[in-house]
Design a protein around this ligand. Structure first.
Ligand SMILES: NC(=O)c1ccc[n+]([C@@H]2O[C@H](COP(=O)([O-])OP(=O)(O)OC[C@H]3O[C@@H](n4cnc5c(N)ncnc54)[C@H](O)[C@@H]3O)[C@@H](O)[C@H]2O)c1
Ligand SMILES: O=C(O)C[C@H](O)C(=O)O
Length: 328
């Protein structure tokens, strides 16, 4: 018997990540080739954005995806998130000319407060939320804090792009297939301060750290390459990453919904105090997932270098969080 359709809300649906994301969700790459979906697409209530969204919907229609059981266009999160089971919050306010970081945080605080409140009011009580729009961790924190009736663990931020970037750099360095890498972790904020950590990683059972055996490469090449990859793509393309970001969003949601069979992936999730990260800070952690739940991998040893990296990204995140507290 065919499955009951689930509702998937996507904000910023007419943007460039939206364009790389929606067709893959509708084709079953995110929730499985047997799972029908109803897309609830949200854009700003602006004539041009809504018109562009209509165009994307025409293209979705023209794909005749067997799993696409319905789609709706919305300009208001209170209708756009109604009964939604999955919410991918992609739309965000980009940094404009002369805009300081505090202005950017404040503009996004408004968006993610409203969206968190709407999720709280109308979404499924088990809605799984992924925030992609930057600053992703802090936006996810704001949405979580604005939705007190929903489970805090159902709000997550996207660190998967950093994780995938780190995996590809390690594959290139070791000459091994990317699919053979296990137990990689990215700690902290989706920003250049994130700490991609291959100390526990293995390839065919062998230690990646021993294989590479080069702390100078780790510190001076690997970490800056992964941390500054977003900026390098903007510099090369004139636009921020879109297809790889959409791909990471698919990976994040798929693994959360369908499980990782014991493999580690990275998700930005609210801390419960693990590794000394204060409660509620939306932090990148290694996790495993099963039955629609994630579990932070605990008990990993943190050496001096790693602790300094974690402290740095945590300081940035708590600074962002403190900067929006008065708005919540
Ligand atoms: N976490 C990550 O790894 C990662 C990676 C790449 C990009 N991003 C971020 O993702 C976001 C989207 O990137 P993009 O390239 O698609 O941008 P884009 O400008 O092409 O599209 C964003 C869309 O969001 C819409 N939007 C803005 N505010 C909205 C709101 N309140 N409700 C609904 N829609 C809204 C805009 O109208 C626009 O169509 C940016 O913030 C970008 O920095 C995050
Ligand atoms: O949009 C950006 O600033 C960069 C993006 O978050 C990325 O990591 O590619």
């Amino acid at each position: 018997m065919s499955k009951k359709p689930v509702r998937v809300a996507v904000t910023g649906a007419a943007g460039q990540i939206g364009y790389a994301l929606l067709f893959r969700i509708a084709s079953g790459e995110m929730l499985g080739k047997d799972q029908p979906v109803i897309l609830q697409l949200l854009e700003i209530p602006d004539e041009k954005a809504q018109k562009a969204l209509k165009g994307v919907m025409m293209e979705l229609e023209d794909c005749a995806f067997p799993l696409l059981a319905g789609m709706e266009a919305h300009g208001d999160p209170m209708t756009g998130f109604k009964d939604t089971d999955y919410a991918l919050l992609v739309g965000a306010r980009p940094r404009g000319p002369g805009m300081e970081r505090a202005d950017l945080l404040a503009a996004n605080a408004q968006i993610f407060t409203a969206q968190g409140k709407a999720l709280n009011a109308v979404a499924s009580r088990d809605v799984k939320v992924l925030v992609v729009g930057n600053p992703a961790n802090t936006n996810a924190y704001i949405a979580m804090k604005s939705a007190p009736d929903l489970k805090r663990e159902n709000f997550t931020a996207m660190l998967r792009l950093d994780h995938n970037r780190a995996a590809s750099q390690i594959a290139a360095k070791t000459g091994k297939p990317v699919a053979s890498i296990r137990k990689l972790a990215v700690w902290g904020n989706h920003s250049p301060t994130m700490y991609a950590d291959y100390r526990f990683a293995t390839i065919d059972g062998a230690s990646v750290k021993d294989m590479i055996n080069d702390q100078v490469w780790n510190k001076d090449v690997f970490l800056p390459t992964v941390g500054k990859r977003g900026a390098a793509i903007i510099e090369a393309r004139g636009l921020s990453s879109a297809a790889s970001a959409a791909n990471a969003a698919i990976d994040h949601m798929r693994d959360w919904a369908l499980g990782t069979n014991g493999e580690w992936v990275t998700m930005g999730v609210p801390s419960n105090g693990e590794y000394g990260i204060p409660k509620d800070v939306m932090f990148g952690f290694p996790v495993t997932t099963e039955g629609g739940q994630y579990k932070i991998v605990e008990g990993l040893p943190i050496d001096e270098f790693s602790q300094a990296c974690i402290d740095k990204t945590l300081a940035e995140l708590t600074g962002e969080q403190d900067g929006v507290k008065h708005l919540l």
